[in-house]
Design a protein around this ligand. Structure first.
Ligand code: NAP
Length: 294
C-alpha cells in the first residue's frame, strides 16, 4: 500500500449496498478498504478479499471491541448499519456510537448511509412511521402505492455516489445526499418491464391489509431485529414498518434532486428501463440482499 493511500472502513461492506461501494472505492487503487464481517468465509467476504486494496476484519459490527479494532488507523468511514438485523432502537444507538468512535479515532470524513426521516416528513403522523424506511401469464406488481412515486437505485451508481463523497469533501461535507435512479410510479414500472422483457405486466394498487396477505413477508407480525427474542416492546413488526414505508412513498413525502445527481454522475443510469437493459434483467426473480434466497 502506498504511503498516502487513504484507508476507508466500510460497515455493511458485504451487503447488497456495501458491495458496490467497496467496488467503487477500490476501482483505481486510490483508496484501501477494510470491511467488517461476522464470517470471513462467506462468498461475499471471499469476493472482497480477492480485490486488491480490500481487506477483511472478522467480527460483529455491533460490538464495541470489534469496532475499536476496525477504527484503528482509518481515514474515512462509510457506515450502512442494518436495522433489519438489529432493530430500530439498536440501530439508532449504533449510529450514534459509530459517529462518536469516528470522532475519537480522528476520522476525517464520516459518511452515514441513511434514509428519509419519514415520520418527520409526515409531521409525525404515525401512519408514516417506518422502522428502517406471478409468473402466470401476466405479472402483477401489487403494492399499496396508489399514484405515488418510489425511488429505486442502480447499486453501482450508489457505490459511485459514495466514492464521490470521499473524493470531494469540500462539496460533500454535511451534505445529505438523497440518491436514486428514478422516482417511478408502479404503472410505469410495469410498462418498462413489458417493454424490456416482452412479458405482460400490470400494476395493481392494493390496500395495506391485502398487501400483507399477498405474503411479501412470511410472518408480517414478527418483530424486526435480532433482540426480538428479548421481547423488547420498542421493536416494530414488518407490518408496522412497511405500512410506514409504503405510506411515505404513496403520499410523495420526499423527492430527489436529479439535477444535482446528474451533475455528480453525468453518466449515471437515468431510468429503470435503462437499468433493466444495462443489467440484462430478464424478469426473473433474483435476490440481492446478503443471505436472502427465498
Ligand atoms: N435493500 C434495500 O432496498 C434498502 C434500501 C434502502 C436502505 N436499506 C438499508 O440498508 C440496510 C441493509 O443493507 P443491505 O440492503 O446492503 O442489506 P444486506 O445485503 O442484507 O446486507 C447485510 C449486511 O448486514 C450485515 N449483517 C446482517 N445481519 C447482521 C447481524 N445480525 N449482525 C451484524 N451484521 C449483520 C451483513 O454482514 P455479515 O457479513 O456480518 O453478514 C451485511 O454486511 C438496512 O438498514 C436497510 O434499512 C436497504
Amino acid at each position: 500500500m502506498s504511503e498516502d493511500k487513504k484507508l476507508i472502513l466500510v460497515i455493511g461492506g458485504t451487503g447488497a449496498q456495501g458491495g458496490p461501494v467497496v467496488k467503487a472505492l477500490t476501482s483505481d487503487g486510490k483508496y484501501a478498504v477494510r470491511v467488517v464481517t461476522r464470517d470471513s468465509s462467506s462468498t461475499e467476504a471471499k469476493g472482497i478479499s480477492s480485490i486488491p486494496g480490500a481487506s477483511i476484519l472478522e467480527g460483529d459490527t455491533y460490538n464495541e471491541a470489534t469496532l475499536r479494532k476496525a477504527f484503528t488507523d482509518v481515514d474515512y468511514v462509510f457506515a450502512n448499519t442494518n436495522g433489519f438485523a438489529i432493530g430500530e432502537k439498536a440501530e439508532i444507538f449504533w449510529g450514534i456510537r459509530l459517529y462518536e468512535l469516528a470522532r475519537e479515532f480522528g476520522v476525517k470524513h464520516f459518511l452515514y448511509a441513511g434514509l428519509e426521516y419519514a415520520s418527520k416528513l409526515g409531521h409525525f403522523d404515525p401512519k408514516y412511521r417506518t422502522g428502517h424506511l406471478d409468473g402466470k401469464d401476466t405479472l402483477v406488481f401489487a403494492v399499496p402505492l396508489g399514484d405515488g412515486l418510489c425511488p429505486l437505485i442502480h447499486l453501482d451508481d450508489y457505490g459511485r455516489y459514495a466514492r464521490w463523497m470521499f473524493d470531494t469533501p469540500s462539496e460533500s461535507s454535511g451534505l445529505n445526499l438523497h440518491v436514486g435512479t428514478e422516482d417511478i410510479a408502479w404503472k410505469d414500472l410495469a410498462t418498462a418491464f413489458t417493454e424490456v422483457t416482452g412479458r405482460k405486466a400490470i400494476y395493481k394498487d392494493v390496500g395495506l391489509d391485502e398487501y400483507f396477505k399477498l405474503g411479501p413477508f412470511p410472518n408480517p407480525d414478527a418483530k424486526i431485529g435480532r433482540s426480538s427474542g428479548l421481547d423488547d416492546p420498542t421493536l416494530v413488526s414488518f407490518r408496522q414498518n412497511f405500512s410506514g414505508f409504503w405510506n411515505t412513498w404513496k403520499d410523495n413525502l420526499t423527492k430527489r434532486d436529479y439535477k444535482l445527481l446528474d451533475t455528480i454522475l453525468p453518466d449515471r443510469v437515468k431510468s429503470i428501463k435503462e437499468w433493466m437493459i444495462k443489467t440484462g434483467y430478464d424478469g426473473r426473480r433474483a435476490f440481492v440482499l446478503k443471505g436472502a434466497s427465498s
